[in-house]
Design a protein around this ligand. Structure first.
Ligand code: GTP
Length: 177
């Protein structure tokens, strides 16, 4: 029997271009709310959520970083100690998908994970409710296969497929703990 009193705390970080919906996805998951109003994240915010994984209580600390370049320097030290990184893009924006490789590289350099080659990433395509989709599921899956990441897509606005990416991030993060 474990004598550990405090639940395991896992740090999950969301990175990606400004406006892809990182804050919205996090708020939808943790607070079950959504707003159409855009408010740029300044620096970082984090929210906590308790979940149960294989019968064990886990405290998820979800960090939302600013996608705006001028705030990026504030977020960089906060990459350290991350257990799983979520790379977020907008399925209606090819540019935001193309940026992901840069975000991933930056995370690996700034976050200094112990095993960069084995560090877990979850890729998340948001805004599947939009009709002007520019990045197909197939294209996203292909890139994820190349980098060895799991792929999920959903909509913070329509409350579609919100839980799965976080649960997977928690599972992968726990393996890093
Ligand atoms: P930064 O803080 O600048 O990095 O942006 P962000 O990635 O956190 O984006 P944010 O969550 O602030 O959302 C940007 C805009 O996209 C807001 O107007 C949201 O309402 C909108 N938005 C977020 N998620 C969705 C979605 O699933 N569908 C649609 N249609 N709009 C969304």
């Amino acid at each position: 029997m474990s004598d550990r009193k405090d639940p395991v705390t896992l740090k999950i970080i969301l990175i990606g271009d400004s406006g892809v919906g990182k804050s919205s996805f996090m708020y939808r998951y943790v607070n079950h709310r959504f707003t159409n109003m855009y408010r740029a994240t300044i620096g970082t915010d984090f929210l906590s959520k308790m979940i149960t994984l294989d019968g064990e209580p886990i405290s998820l600390q979800i960090w939302d970083t600013a996608g705006t370049e001028r705030f990026q320097s504030l977020g960089m030290p906060l990459y350290r100690g991350t257990h799983c990184c979520m790379l977020v893009f907008d399925v209606a924006s090819s540019a935001s998908f193309c940026s992901l490789d840069g975000w991933r590289q930056e995370f690996l350099v700034q976050g200094e994970p112990e095993d960069p080659a084995g560090f877990p990433f979850v890729v998340l395509g948001n805004k599947t409710d939009l009709s002007n989709r520019e990045v197909s599921r197939r294209k996203a899956l292909q890139w994820c296969k190349e980098i060895g990441a799991d792929y999920f897509e959903g909509s913070a606005k329509e409350d579609l497929d919100i839980e799965k990416p976080f649960l997977r991030a928690a599972e992968l993060g726990l393996q890093q703990y």
